[in-house]
Design a protein around this ligand. Structure first.
Ligand SMILES: [Zn+2]
Ligand SMILES: [Zn+2]
Length: 245
């Protein structure tokens, strides 16, 4: 199974258009001296099946699309998309726009809403929907093929107990987890995005063999650039990174 990370940044990406802080990682990214990050999204190739997770990066030539939720940085830029799609039921009618400022993007007409912990099969790949912690319903997706398993978990603060129990019972070879914020960002739980301490605790509890942090914000990147330390087995995803799981 091959994971291609197409984007690894938060909703604003890196560099942020509105950031002029000379001490921020945005300055280095703009100058080409540090990582630029598009909206978090990925492609998975498993045997003959090709799956996309979210549409923030546009460009689809896959057989199926796994949507995490309907915020615009995850479900936007999908004009050209025509493959089958699965995602959560957020209580908003298909084609309708949700609450302004909360769920701002019309739900795609093609999406099939699946129940929590249900699995969908695409070729050899079995994809299981794992509910996460966010202001609107969100699924992480666990994808299993050829005896290997990976999980892509965004947007979320940590991992809720039921999904963590599922992961502990089905340990992943690679777990990718929302870590938008550096340590010490007190508002992180309210915003439904992870910080370093919450993510590290969840990764340990999940029993995953290896982890990559995704949905990186500019403050988190600045913390990393300043030498922010991560334990063995935990890395930071990069745009364009390709991993054979
Ligand atoms: Zn910045
Ligand atoms: Zn979101």
């Amino acid at each position: 199974m091959r994971l291609s990370i197409l984007g690894s940044g938060d909703a604003s990406g890196i560099p942020r258009a509105d950031c002029s802080d000379p001490a921020c990682a945005c300055v280095r990214a703009r100058a080409g001296n540090g990582p630029a990050r598009a909206n978090t999204c990925a492609r998975i190739e498993a045997a003959e099946a090709c799956l996309a997770i979210d549409t923030g990066c546009g460009g689809f030539d896959c057989h199926g699309l796994l949507l995490t939720h309907y915020h615009s940085d995850h479900a936007g830029r999908r004009e050209e998309f025509s493959a089958r799609a699965w995602g959560p039921d957020d209580g908003v009618e298909i084609g309708a726009v949700g609450t302004p400022g909360v769920d701002i993007f019309p739900k795609p007409a093609r999406v099939r809403q699946v129940e929590p912990f249900a699995s969908v099969r695409l070729g050899e790949a079995v994809c299981t929907a794992l509910p996460l912690n966010h202001p609107i319903p969100v699924y992480g997706w666990a994808v299993e093929a050829g005896g290997r398993r990976l999980a892509w978990l965004t947007d979320t603060y940590g991992i809720p107990a039921a999904s963590l129990a599922w992961l502990a019972a089905h340990p992943c070879d690679l777990l990718c987890l929302d870590t938008t914020f550096a340590p010490g960002v007190a508002r992180a739980p309210l915003k439904g995005h992870g910080d370093v301490p919450a993510s590290l605790a969840a990764i340990t509890a999940s029993g995953a063999r290896r982890a990559l942090l995704i949905h990186i914000g500019h403050g988190m990147q600045t913390w990393l650039d300043a030498g922010g330390n991560l334990p063995e087995g935990v890395g930071v995803a990069q745009d364009g990174q390709v991993i054979d799981v």
